[in-house]
Ligand binder design. Structure first.
Ligand code: NAP
Length: 322
């Protein structure tokens, strides 16, 4: 690790072709920093200009070791994979061996005391059996010797971007509890992550990243309808509509994870506390993006307002290009 006081840390972004990782790369580039990325398929990067692209796989330990060598800090988001626990275990091991800091994003369940944390993990594990692995991962990172910073985002606004053609077709299938679902813009998560990655003195610990408000499903549908200038009906209470929409855009374990969490989101109010919102503002140095502004940005980027040429072909995953 050859960082002089003036030089920015050398950074490796894992998952750079995914929804979150692409925003981390974008935010770093906006700050004039070109990170190293480890990708399975470089063609999934929208632009590799200036990036230090390494082709590899988290299942190929040697490729990960080579990518982490000489790096000060690694960004890792736990992917939707059946062996996600083993994948993150490998990332932790390699970071520890190479002396790299780990900035991790995923699910981290913790309370005010060790006992409260244990009880909460147990409760979440019982309520969300499919998320047990993700809860284990958060705990592993917390206990690792990687000086870890854990960023815990709420529900991604960008889930809607993946389902843009379904929304454009008049259906909003993303469920939300009547008391609300807090939604965060991954652009904000990318910016917060970039600030943390670029600051070696950023204190280790766990930080929440939330949006400014929690919305119901019909509220989300209304925001989309107003932005698109066409009716959008809330269908988040219809399992068949959810499964059909997700199956058009996602495959394998990722699809199954999404279907499982979509169905669970109907039964849980996922709101943000004043403390979490204040923490997000501190991390960003500004208020987080409102859902209305996110939707307006997506509509402008994809050219999907009423009467415009459709910019996102059915079957595409707009959110999957970095
Ligand atoms: N969606 C939400 O609302 C939400 C909310 C809170 C937390 N989360 C958590 O966020 C995480 C998902 O983040 P995301 O949406 O950014 O994921 P994503 O879009 O599915 O991206 C996953 C990334 O990991 C890469 N990857 C997967 N397996 C790999 C392997 N074996 N080797 C190397 N790279 C690999 C993928 O590369 P390829 O391009 O090659 O596939 C992709 O770049 C999950 O842990 C989820 O629980 C999601």
């Amino acid at each position: 690790m050859s960082t002089s006081p003036a030089a920015p840390p050398t950074i490796l972004v894992l998952g750079a072709t995914g929804l979150m990782g692409r925003e981390v790369v974008r935010a770093l580039r906006a700050r004039g920093v070109q990170p190293r990325v480890l990708v399975r398929d470089p063609s999934r990067l929208a632009s590799s200009d200036g990036l230090d692209v390494r082709v590899g796989d988290l299942r190929d330990r040697a490729s990960l070791v080579a990518a982490v060598a000489g790096v000060d800090v690694v960004f890792h988001v736990s992917p939707h994979e059946a062996d996600e626990v083993e994948l993150t275990r490998t990332v932790i091991d390699v970071c520890e061996e190479e002396g790299a800091r780990l900035v991790f994003s995923g699910i981290h369940v913790f309370g005010r005391t060790a006992l409260a944390s244990w009880a909460m993990r147990l409760g979440y594990g019982l309520l969300l059996p499919r998320y047990r692995g993700k809860i284990v991962i958060g705990r592993m990172v917390e206990r690792s010797a990687t000086d870890a910073v854990i960023l815990t985002p709420s529900n991604f606004m960008q889930n809607d971007e993946v389902l843009l053609d379904v929304i454009r077709g008049g259906e909003f299938v993303h469920p939300a509890h009547p008391k609300g679902l807090n939604r965060v813009d991954l652009l904000d998560v990318g910016e917060a992550a970039a600030r943390v990655l670029l600051d070696p003195s950023f204190p280790a610990g766990s930080y929440s990243l939330v949006g400014p408000r929690s919305l119901t499903g019909p509220e989300c549908a209304r925001v989309w309808a107003e932005a698109l200038g066409r009716p959008v009906r809330y269908r988040g209470d219809d399992d068949a509509a959810i499964e059909a929409a997700l199956s058009r855009h996602l495959t394998g374990y990722r699809r199954d994870d999404w279907i499982s969490s979509f169905k669970k989101l109907r039964g849980f109010a996922v709101t943000a506390s004043a403390r979490e919102l204040a923490e997000t503002r501190r991390l960003l140095g500004r208020p987080p993006t409102d859902f209305v502004d996110f939707v307006a940005r997506v509509v402008a980027e994809h050219g999907v307002q009423a009467g415009a040429q459709d910019g996102a072909p059915a079957g595409a995953e707009p959110g999957r290009q970095a």
